[in-house]
Design a protein around this ligand. Structure first.
Ligand SMILES: Cc1cc2nc3c(=O)[nH]c(=O)nc-3n(C[C@H](O)[C@H](O)[C@H](O)COP(=O)(O)O)c2cc1C
Length: 546
């Protein structure tokens, strides 16, 4: 009997979440051996599609990072093939090739667990100068568009643009086994954030189209086409983003690209490549949880909390930060971060009508708990930042009864930030994060507590969306840390219930969905950095920072 079939979608999700927890005694089920030479191909491409070459010129954009994060912070670029190329380059594009001995690997503007990059991007274009109307797959390796579906020209309509995201779960499952679905969803959240910041650098907005469900989206992206995916790894549809290139031109609330839904099946082209010719394992629970979380969700019109506006210096260019973003692999364990910088990073996590929080109408449901190690003027210890007023009470009820809930001295008045416990938490942080030193040698690390059981019970699709929110938090931290001259690293490997126990969580009203860490990076000089697109003209300003 298929056990999953007997469970409701919400029960399937809860069972998946429980069985994919890492614990101090055992890791979630995953491959026992890995043959590194047999890694799945990190680049999906479609044979038999017309290709459009894009120029990698985004490094030249001079929008400041603060401007890129603010709605209307910079005048909107015209929607052309060049500006679309910049949007893709700054979000899903390569930022460099790395080389160490015989090994060579690409890194991208969007981070990904294990650098496995399960997230694929599809462009829906209508009347964009220089590009066919229709659906294109973006191949980041070559910075090209592959035309999968050509639609009729509709010259009377304004130029419009959408981006769809999908996941090849196998890329992640190859290495991480059953827990991989969670990582894929976190990666989607990062990609959503990357698209929002990239849109901001062009004076545009990126907004989740809520009114489309997973099956419709799969059909629009051509992911349900048996001919295109016969005998190769499937892609699952995740989300659709409307790009608003000038106020009111492509609001997400308007209907999505109808030209594809009503399209003619004969207009599809392309066969997906095989990524892993010799898969050694199968993880059926990933398929089950993916099915159980299909659907859609609609947030309520935003109720931003009216935090005072951000005032930031614009000195650093957004493109420089985005192209230079990297995960720290080691931290300087002697580095102290200033309180100003720390609070600026926290400020970037507040739910405001700016990047990346204006991507949707969902109220914040993910709340960081910080493990502060080295922030000047702040006692080392455990701190909480409920990102919604209602979460303060809920967290107080669920977390340990002896936590202090005190505002630290000299806290900027608008920050909902509370000290829970003064303590040296370096050993705990390291242990909880699968014994990774990056969680303790940094200036601080954090765990993101998602409002879990009630939200997922009401709509299992929210399991995905909660992970996307956690990914957005991670992405904001990556870029804000980079802007502050520091560096972050996402942490997907942590011992779920051991962490919950430390915080006193006994129910599943909250669950930790993602961890992160920030500090001053130590770089490995043995690894060399090469240009992302060596055979294309590269402007001098696009060099990655060390
Ligand atoms: C969801 C997610 C989970 C991650 N988990 C870990 C982790 O547990 N440990 C770690 O050292 N790095 C982790 N990383 C960092 C990735 O390894 C890194 O993003 C990837 O190697 C690509 O490098 P880049 O971020 O410099 O582009 C994670 C990243 C993401 C997005």
């Amino acid at each position: 009997m298929n056990v999953a079939a007997a469970l409701s979608p919400a029960e399937t999700v809860f069972a998946y979440h429980a069985r994919t927890k890492h614990s101090l005694k055992r890791y979630a089920a995953g491959p026992e051996t890995l043959d590194w030479d047999m890694q799945p191909n990190p680049f999906r491409e479609f044979e038999g599609c017309a290709r459009t070459t894009l120029e990698p010129g985004a490094g030249r954009l001079d929008t400041g990072f603060a401007q890129a994060s603010t709605q209307g912070g910079v005048s909107a670029a015209a929607l052309t093939i060049e500006s679309l190329a910049s949007l893709l380059e700054l979000s899903m594009g390569l930022s460099a090739w790395k080389e160490y001995g015989p090994d060579r690997w690409a890194v991208r503007c969007n981070p990904s667990s294990g650098n496995l990059h399960p997230t694929e991007a599809y462009v829906f274009s209508s009347n964009v100068p220089g590009i066919h109307d229709g659906v294109h797959h973006y191949l980041s390796r070559d910075h090209v568009l592959e035309l999968r579906y050509e639609s009729d020209n509709r010259p009377e309509e304004p130029a419009r643009l959408w981006i769809g995201l999908s996941s090849v779960h196998w890329r992640e499952a190859w290495k991480y086994g059953e827990r991989a679905f969670r990582y894929c969803q976190l990666d989607v959240g990062h990609a959503l954030g990357a698209l929002r910041y990239a849109a901001g650098a062009l004076g545009w907005r990126a907004t989740l189209v809520e009114d489309v469900d997973s099956a419709e989206l799969a059909a629009m992206m051509g992911l349900d086409r048996v001919d295109a995916f016969a005998d190769v790894e499937r892609e699952e549809a995740d989300l659709l983003i409307a790009i608003e290139t000038a106020p009111g031109t492509n609001r997400a609330a308007e209907r999505f690209p109808g030209f594809v839904r009503h399209g003619d099946g004969n207009r599809w082209a392309g066969r997906a490549n095989l990524l892993d010719p010799h898969p050694l394992y199968r993880w059926p629970v990933i398929e089950q949880v993916s099915q159980a979380t299909q659907g859609r969700g609609t947030g309520l019109p935003s109720e931003f909390q009216g935090y005072p506006p951000l005032h930031r210096a614009n000195e650093v260019r957004a493109a420089e930060i985005i192209l230079g973003r990297r995960s720290a692999q080691r931290f300087d364990s002697k580095c102290w971060m200033s309180a100003d910088t720390f609070y600026r990073l926290l400020d970037g996590l507040l739910d405001r009508p700016n990047a990346p929080w204006d991507v949707w109408n969902f109220a914040p449901r993910v709340h960081p708990v910080f493990f502060v190690h080295r922030v000047e003027g702040l006692d080392p210890g455990v701190y909480a930042m409920p990102r919604h007023p209602a979460a303060v009470q809920a967290l107080r009820e669920q977390l340990r009864g002896d936590f202090e809930w005190q505002a630290p001295e000299n806290l900027p008045a608008h920050l909902p930030f509370f000290r829970l416990l003064r303590t040296d938490c370096r050993i705990i942080a390291r242990t909880m994060n699968c014994h990774q030193a990056i969680a303790a040698d940094s200036c601080f690390s954090l765990s993101m507590l998602g409002e879990f059981e009630p939200v997922v019970s009401a709509n299992p699709w929210r399991y995905r969306q909660l992970h996307w929110e956690a990914g957005l938090l991670g992405h904001a931290l990556y870029l804000e840390a980079e802007a502050a001259g520091l560096r972050g690293t996402g942490i997907g490997c942590y011992f779920d219930d051991a962490l919950h126990e430390v915080l006193g969580l006994v129910t599943t009203q909250f669950q930790s969905l993602y961890h992160f860490t920030v500090g001053r990076p130590l770089t490995d000089d043995r690894i060399s950095t090469l240009p992302a697109y060596p055979d294309r003209p590269v402007p001098p300003s696009r060099e990655s920072r060390p």
